[in-house]
Design a protein around this ligand. Structure first.
Ligand code: PLP
Length: 392
């Protein structure tokens, strides 16, 4: 089908919940995708931090596991789910257990329920201004941005937003009903905004003093993207959370979500308290295990740090020359470039030149390429970015 015909199908039959760019993609390989007219793009959006190994990278495991066992109810045991849970606990490096679901929003739902079970009557969760926790009803209630809530009131009870990186404000906000604090160690959707190390350490102290769970939403900043498997370790490696949520990159583009819960609380959600029909299928878990194997075998966490540092260095050089760039914020391959003009116009110019980036807020363009991106691909992307800025 031609690109315009596909867009017409969407106009007629797909609900208009997304502001889509007029680009129709038909295939991908590694860090590249091709549109319906055969034009090639360097994909530095990575499906919003999902395609950690690039495109068409899990073919073998998908084919193999799909010929063995695709789905099996959680009423039974399967090897891939057990092995994946073990692997994730080892990667966090703190004793605990995992629960599996299908997306980031759903992983956070498990955290909200964990907090309420832990709170035993205390039900309030503090989250932060600018945060993003997903589009479920509780997700938009947890999210510290008004724009996602508009038109969907009333919100789910029990979420309160506190200024990000303001420890005094958090201490004051804790009340008799507070059970937990949920924070993105690096806020993604609002423009790659990191928590300060002292803020994360202060949250840990506060949670210990006031008997609260400290929960990290690592849906975007986890799975090696920041140059550490856990995003929080790129901010303050000494801080121990009580729970973490993941999704996006965990199976490199195959849908999966998960939470890890620290040992003392890992059995709080007992039989009958939480479930997901598709959560942790043998297929999803086998793909995730292969993704994690590949990340380890090819040293991709180290690559994210090394190439990320190189990319940020090049962006900072460009920022010195170009009045269009206000700030560059980077943690491994989770990079935000704040422009003086609207991100939307930069993104559309970049796409014209064959480079994909993702807007975050009004002025920030995020680059979230595969973790196996090369220096040569970064150089190519920089050339495209420089040319786009010249023509803007
Ligand atoms: N939490 C964070 C930090 C995210 O960035 C996102 C998605 O962008 C979500 C949660 C929601 O994940 P999903 O879209 O898989 O439900």
């Amino acid at each position: 089908m031609k690109g315009n015909d596909i867009i017409s199908l969407f106009d007629k039959y797909v609900m208009p919940t997304y502001g889509r760019q007029p680009l129709v993609f038909v295939r991908g390989k590694g860090a590249r995708v091709w549109d319906a007219d055969g034009k090639e793009y360097l994909d530095f959006g990575g499906g919003i931090a999902v395609n950690v190994l690039g495109h068409a990278a899990m073919t073998e495991v998908l084919a193999k596991q799909s010929s063995i066992l695709v789905h099996c109810s959680n009423l039974y045991y399967t090897e891939p789910q057990g092995l994946l849970a073990k692997r994730l606990v080892e990667l966090v490096g703190i004793a605990g257990k995992c629960f599996f679901c299908n997306s980031g929003g759903e992983a956070n739902e498990a955290l909200y329920k964990l907090a309420r079970k832990f709170g035993n009557g205390r039900y309030e969760i503090l989250t932060f201004t600018g945060s993003f926790h997903g589009r479920t009803l509780a997700g938009i209630s947890a999210t510290g941005q008004e724009k996602v809530k508009k038109g969907f009131e009333p919100m789910v009870d029990g979420f309160r937003h506190v200024p990000f990186n303001d420890l005094d404000a958090v201490a004051k906000a804790v009340g008799p009903k507070t059970a937990a604090i949920l924070v993105e160690p690096i806020q993604g959707e609002s423009g790659i905004l990191p928590a300060k190390p002292e803020f994360l350490r202060g949250l840990r102290r506060l949670c210990d003093e006031r008997r609260l769970l400290l929960m990290f939403d690592e849906v975007q900043c986890g799975i090696g993207r920041t140059g550490n498997f856990c995003g929080f370790k790129s901010i303050a490696s000494d801080v121990q959370p009580d729970a973490i949520s993941w999704a996006k990159g965990l199976a490199g583009g195959f849908p999966i979500g998960a939470i890890w819960v620290r040992a003392p609380y890992a059995d709080l959600l007992g039989p009958g308290t939480h479930a997901s029909t598709f959560g942790g299928t043998p297929l999803a878990c086998a793909v995730a295990l292969t993704v994690l194997d590949t990340i380890e075998r090819e040293h991709l966490v180290e690559n994210a740090k090394r190439i990320g540092d190189y990319f940020v260095g090049r962006l900072l050089e460009l920022a010195k020359k170009s009045g269009a760039i206000k700030e560059v914020r980077g943690f491994g391959l989770m990079i935000g470039v704040e422009f003086t003009m609207e991100a939307k116009s930069v993104i559309s110019k970049l796409a014209d030149g064959g480079l994909l980036g993702i807007a975050a807020g009004m002025h920030v363009v995020r680059f979230l390429p595969p973790l196996n991106i090369t220096r040569a691909e970064v150089d190519e992307a920089m050339g495209k970015l420089e040319r786009a800025l010249e023509s803007l």
